[in-house]
Design a protein around this ligand. Structure first.
Ligand SMILES: C[S@@+](CC[C@H](N)C(=O)[O-])C[C@H]1O[C@@H](n2cnc3c(N)ncnc32)[C@H](O)[C@@H]1O
Length: 208
């Protein structure tokens, strides 16, 4: 395991859920766009609150994270809620994403260095089935020094312009840089600078 995975394992070590057990509210607001029974890949799932929520809506969820401790808690949360999710432990820097395999990919607060995020986003765009959706919310670099939550290195937080570039080829349905109140467990609290992005793989296009 990497030092970064160890750091997240330590953060998730207690019985409490660091970001709570309720789903991200932006994801909830976007979930109505998902087709019934979607195959959904969740990037940086953490302790399972978002994947478990999506499974509860009847979707088929594969949740991936580098933290085995987080994913163990995700499975425990799923059992508690009476739903099933699949979990895959590993580094997103080397995650294989089959082309056209996913009806949706979700990325909530999944902060990655640009050198990892850029190729991942290319694979995400190619990994969506025609009509498939990407739903992403992340802290914006303007978050540094405010609220509670988000990295301190701006390289880990894309701007909207960067997302548009990295995810070129997708049809953008919602794109915003804004401030909003975030209240998610101990980990994320307060008025926060965020970027939101919902995009769809065009139907009838075979390449990314
Ligand atoms: C801020 S937490 C958000 C967790 C979850 N998405 C949520 O909203 O509750 C970021 C998550 O991304 C994961 N992560 C960060 N870099 C990663 C990488 N290179 N590979 C796999 N997971 C990574 C961390 O382990 C952590 O669980």
């Amino acid at each position: 395991m990497t030092a970064a995975a160890d750091k997240w394992d330590a953060k998730y070590a207690g019985d409490d859920f660091f970001y709570g057990t309720e789903p991200n509210t932006f994801l909830v607001s976007a979930a109505g766009r998902l087709a019934t029974g979607s195959r959904i890949l969740s990037l940086g799932e953490g302790e399972g609150r978002n994947g478990v929520y999506l499974a509860g809506l009847g979707h088929d969820v594969v949740a991936t994270d580098q933290s085995v401790v987080g994913l163990r808690k995700a499975q425990a949360l799923a059992r508690r809620r009476g739903v099933t999710i699949a979990t895959v432990a590993g580094d997103l820097a080397s995650l294989p994403i089959d082309a056209g395999a996913w009806d949706a990919i979700v990325s909530l607060w999944c902060h990655l260095p640009g050198i990892v995020r850029r190729p991942l986003h290319r694979a995400v765009a190619a990994g969506l089935a025609p009509g498939g959706l990407l739903i992403l919310e992340s802290y914006h670099p303007a978050q540094i020094g405010r609220g509670r939550g988000g990295p301190s290195d701006p390289d880990l937080m894309p701007t909207l312009d960067e997302l548009r570039h990295e995810l070129a080829g997708l049809e953008v349905l919602h794109a915003a840089e804004l401030e909003r109140e975030v209240s998610e467990g101990e980990g994320h609290q307060g008025l926060s600078a965020v970027v939101q992005f919902i995009a769809r793989r065009p139907v009838g296009v075979s390449g990314p």
